[in-house]
Each structure stands twice: as structure tokens, then as C-alpha cells.
Design a protein around this ligand. Structure first.
Ligand code: IDP
Ligand code: MG
Length: 177
């Protein structure tokens, strides 16, 4: 974001109201190797666009064990962690910064439960997967973790602040002004 050393305060909306900008959030998604190998990238990204969320950053990158030990710090002692690292480094991934009002919770809801076999139909994991590990996509689980994860995977100048042309059709005036 212009003038900001980090992208953690990004809101992505052109409005003069700082108060109302606060409810606009940015969250991190990672399209995992299972998305790329199964050629699901377009369909997965479309789930967020059709909802009315917007893409403010998007890139392909190769992960390594170092960044995964940081990103999955809560799982490093789990027996499946080596398998998770092997999977997550098996192809490049696509990382995205998705924005909107209450974006963190909305994106988690669209993604669904961790194990695809338990994920509700209509969610990404529920519709596209059968595995607990090969579950298509990562999404930040809290506003604080979204801020940390976006800063982990994106440089500030890789997040783009623009106003979607359809913003006034997606939200009512009181929701964004
Ligand atoms: P989340 O991705 O739904 O937030 P986390 O518990 O944070 O779930 O786990 C991170 C990732 O680790 C999962 O998305 C999945 O790929 C993998 N994972 C979690 N639990 C298991 C398991 O029991 N077996 C194998 N892989 C797992
Ligand atoms: Mg998680």
C-alpha cells in the first residue's frame, strides 16, 4: 500500500472514511499443489470472484521447508508434517490476497472444513477434494494471522490498491461509505 511499510493496513477501497475502511479485510489464500495438478486454479479463484470478493495480489511461487515450518508452525511436531512439506513443495503454488468486508471469515467459509471428506457441499474443499492433506487451498484463519501471512508471502508493492468498478453493486452504500 502506498506510503505504508507493510501491507497489513490494506483495505482496497477508495473512500475517505477511515472508520468504515476498518471493516474491510485482506486475507491470504494459497492454491496448493493439489489445485495446480488437477487444473482447478480457475475454478477455485472463481469461487471468490463470484461471491463479490476481489483479488488484490496474485502470484506463483515455489515454497520450501523453511517457509513452511514458519507457516505451519502449529503442525511441525505432527507425524504428518514431513508428508505435508513434501506435498506443499511438490509443485509451485499460487498465493493470493483476497479482500472484502469480513473477508477472513467469508473466505474460510467458502473454503470449508480441513478434511475434504467432511467439508460441506458447496465449499471448495467439499466440492473439489477427497483428502485431509491434499485439500486444494489454504486460507488464513483469523484477522491477525491474515496480516502475518500476507506479509509472509507478499512484498508491499505486490499488493495493489484499486477500486473495483462493481463495488457499488456488491455492497450497499452504508456498508462501504
Ligand atoms: P486448515 O488448512 O483448515 O487451516 P490446519 O489444521 O491449519 O487446517 O492444517 C494445515 C494443513 O495441514 C491442512 O490444510 C492439511 O493440508 C494439513 N493437515 C491438517 N491435519 C492433517 C492430518 O490429520 N493429516 C494430514 N494432513 C493434515
Ligand atoms: Mg490453518
Amino acid at each position: 500500500m502506498v506510503g505504508s511499510p507493510k501491507c497489513c493496513n490494506f483495505v482496497g477501497w477508495t473512500t475517505n472514511s477511515q472508520k468504515n475502511r476498518k471493516s474491510m479485510e485482506l486475507t491470504l489464500i494459497i492454491l496448493k499443489p493439489s489445485s495446480l495438478q488437477r487444473a482447478l486454479v480457475g475454478r477455485v479463484l472463481n469461487r471468490f470472484e463470484q461471491k463479490g470478493l476481489f483479488i488484490y495480489g496474485l502470484k506463483m511461487m515455489q515454497l520450501d521447508e523453511t517457509i513452511l515450518r514458519e507457516h505451519y508452525a502449529h503442525l511441525v511436531d505432527k507425524p504428518f508434517f514431513p508428508s505435508l512439506v513434501k506435498s506443499m513443495t511438490s509443485t509451485p503454488v499460487i498465493v493470493g490476497a483476497i479482500g472484502g468486508k469480513d473477508a477472513v471469515a467469508c473466505v474460510r467459509s467458502i473454503v470449508g472444513a480441513t478434511n475434504c471428506r467432511n467439508a460441506a457441499p458447496g465449499t471448495i474443499r467439499g466440492d473439489f477434494g477427497m483428502s485431509g492433506q491434499e485439500n486444494i487451498i489454504h486460507a488464513s484463519d483469523s484477522v491477525e494471522n491474515a496480516r502475518i501471512e500476507i506479509n509472509r508471502f507478499f512484498k508491499p508493492d505486490e499488493i495493489f490498491d484499486y477500486t473495483p468498478a462493481i463495488i457499488h453493486s456488491v455492497y450497499s452504500p452504508d456498508e462501504i461509505s
